[in-house]
Design a protein around this ligand. Structure first.
Ligand SMILES: Nc1ncnc2c1ncn2[C@@H]1O[C@H](COP(=O)(O)OP(=O)(O)OP(=O)(O)O)[C@@H](O)[C@H]1O
Length: 251
């Protein structure tokens, strides 16, 4: 059996010994997309952080390519929310992307031509080849998010984790990110992302995991995003408008 990129079995996840998310049971094969959905504070970021050792696995098991999360960091890349970063960072877009190479070459070593090429390829993948020399802080929020994705891509991860990559991102950047993510999974990279956009999760993901303190559903989008399941998990009324767009209304 091929080892899953990510597998949770009856996992409880949390901080300082206190669980905030329980009952996580899912597997993400190489080359597949998992979308995490759920209301604010549901535990989406916690699940992503647990994969890179920033949140604890307090019960059950979590493995990344068969290894404990803390031992698989070299196989993963984590794209934080762009809003978590200081936009005044005085470096160019290309420098930010090159940081993704340091894990491979060591931060103290000079970059080689192959590293600079990998950085340019990653910027091309996210549609920002022409912005390589621009200062990171002068880019739009959506462009900064794409640069952070390029930085992760440059590290050549086998599992890519993205925390709300579409948050505050305009349509052009959203499209560019979607194209890049589809290209990565076609090349065999597993992708896990959190999003509040249920329609996008439905369109993009092979598997959707619906959480709110616990796992409410995990499976194909039409199963995990069924109106009844959404209503229970969100504690509101879910109206399935036209089979593509799901609108949630407070109870
Ligand atoms: N470092 C931390 N230490 C303790 N508790 C935390 C920490 N980070 C998050 N939490 C708590 O864990 C719970 C889940 O938060 P999390 O950020 O994972 O949710 P989320 O679904 O990503 O939310 P949002 O959609 O608002 O980003 C919340 O109750 C939050 O207060």
């Amino acid at each position: 059996m091929t080892e899953a990129a990510l597998r949770f079995t009856g996992a409880s996840l949390g901080y300082h010994g206190v669980p905030v998310l329980t009952g996580i049971d899912l597997a993400v094969p190489a080359g597949q997309h998992l979308a995490l959905v759920g209301p604010n504070g549901a535990g989406k970021s916690t699940l992503i952080k647990s994969v890179v050792g920033l949140a604890q696995v307090l019960g059950g098991t979590a493995t990344v390519f068969g290894r404990a999360p803390g031992r698989a960091r070299d196989l993963c890349a984590y794209v934080p929310q762009a809003s978590d970063l200081d936009p005044d960072f005085p470096v160019t877009a290309e420098h930010v992307v090159l940081m993704g190479r340091y894990r491979r070459i060591g931060w103290w070593r000079p970059t080689r031509a192959a590293d600079r090429q990998a950085a340019r390829d990653a910027l091309t993948l996210v549609g920002l080849a022409g912005q390589a020399g621009r200062r990171f802080g002068l880019l739009s929020g959506g462009q900064r998010q794409r640069v952070l994705l390029a930085r992760a891509v440059a590290s050549e991860p086998r599992l890519l984790l993205l925390d709300e990559p579409f948050n505050g991102v305009d349509t052009v950047s959203q499209h560019a990110i979607l194209v890049a993510l589809r290209g990565l999974s076609a090349a065999g990279t597993a992708v896990v992302l959190s999003t509040h956009d249920l329609a996008l999760a439905r369109d993009l993901a092979d598997t959707v995991c619906l959480v709110n303190g616990r796992q409410w559903a995990a499976g194909p989008p039409q199963h995990a995003l069924a109106a009844d399941t959404l209503r229970q998990a969100y504690g509101g009324n879910a109206i399935d408008v036209d089979d593509r767009r799901t609108v949630l209304v407070e109870p």
